[in-house]
Ligand binder design. Structure first.
Ligand SMILES: Nc1nc2c(ncn2[C@@H]2O[C@H](COP(=O)(O)OP(=O)(O)O)[C@@H](O)[C@H]2O)c(=O)[nH]1
Ligand SMILES: [Mg+2]
Length: 320
């Protein structure tokens, strides 16, 4: 298998499917109980049902603009195939959401130029607590299982606990980590990490960062400095700027996505904590509204609970 063929492989292993189904349980429960209420006493999909459906989607954190697009699509289907029964609503919704996402976000993660860079450098950004370090640990585990040599950079030097936490993950997973003392310059940690990765011929570098969203300029400067220093070692690094969003925060995740994409060139998203929330609809809205692919989803706290995101599988699982 080539260096990054792993990313191109579809993750349809039964365990992964099961973990996805389980991870989306709470979202499903919330969503379908609301839909059941929305169609109560109705046999066909009429304007009342559509109004209720709109409310269901908005309250499931799909976001207003994506909800309106979905309702529009359902409405045209209903206009075309008159007297659609409410029993057909679930399938109709599933199909229209899948079509919407396929049209609006063709820029899928499989199109990134993986194999071409060694080391492949990933800079992980996002506010404090969203799951950056955990996602890094899980991702390192995945890559290591594919026999890739991975090194982590502890560039969240803001809190002592952050450095300890990434060291702990590195130990559990069995990969190398480069760290300095708490309070040291994050850019210097990133520099050291890249330099040693080149010297050791490692395949993937994953740099953790502090999630301080003081203001846009501050964030831009902080991340810009880390990027500049990296480029002294690997000219086109970072190849991936992975923004981590906490799926359980619903609309806040949209807001953070907006702010980070304005501050830096985010080119991949990870949405975490879908297992603990009924707000999984956020993945649909974010996939639709930002032209940046959701690359990973987190469905639990354990090492194996990170999945490559596949729009079609995700929606299928939601409507299963
Ligand atoms: N249930 C669940 N918890 C998660 C997931 N990802 C991260 N967490 C938890 O979220 C908390 C914050 O994670 P952490 O990686 O420290 O966030 P960071 O501050 O962005 O680095 C930790 O308790 C993690 O175990 C996930 O996919 N599911
Ligand atoms: Mg952290």
């Amino acid at each position: 298998m080539g260096l990054f063929d792993f990313f191109k492989k579809k993750e349809t292993a039964p365990e992964a499917q099961e973990a996805l189904d389980k991870g989306l349980e709470k979202t499903k429960e919330g969503f379908f109980s609301k839909i059941t209420k929305a169609v109560a006493g109705k046999s066909t999909i009429d304007d009342d049902v559509l109004d209720n459906l709109e409310e269901v989607l908005v309250t499931s954190d799909v976001g207003v603009s994506t909800t309106l697009k979905i309702i529009d699509r359902v409405q045209s289907r209903v206009a075309k195939d008159k007297y659609l029964s409410t029993a057909e609503l679930n399938h109709l919704l599933r199909d229209e959401i899948q079509l919407l996402l396929a049209e609006n976000n063709s820029n899928d993660f499989r199109n990134f130029e993986y194999g071409q860079h060694k080391p492949y450098v990933i800079m992980v950004v996002g506010v404090n607590g969203v799951g950056k370090t955990t996602t890094i640990g899980k991702l390192a585990h995945k890559l290591k299982k594919e026999n890739l040599k991975v090194v982590l950079g502890a560039a969240d030097t803001f809190r002592a606990a952050a450095v300890d936490q990434i060291k702990l993950w590195a130990e559990r997973v069995g990969v190398r980590v480069v760290a300095q003392a708490m309070g040291s310059d994050p850019a210097s940690v990133a520099f050291d990490t890249l330099q040693s990765a080149v010297a050791n011929q490692e395949d993937v570098v994953i740099i953790d960062t502090a999630g301080r969203l003081h203001n846009k300029v501050g964030l831009m400067n902080e991340l810009g400095k880390i990027k500049n220093v990296m480029q002294k070692v690997v000219p086109n690094a970072p190849h991936e700027i992975l923004l981590v969003l906490d799926g359980s925060t619903g609309q806040n995740a949209f807001e953070q996505c907006k702010q980070f994409t304005e501050a830096t060139d985010v080119n991949a998203l990870a949405i975490t904590k879908l297992d603990g929330t009924a707000k999984g609809g956020v993945v649909i809205g974010i996939s639709d509204q930002f032209k940046i692919p959701v690359k990973y989803i987190g469905v639990g706290e354990k090492m194996d609970d990170l999945q490559l995101f596949d729009k079609k599988e995700f929606i299928n699982s939601l409507f299963k």
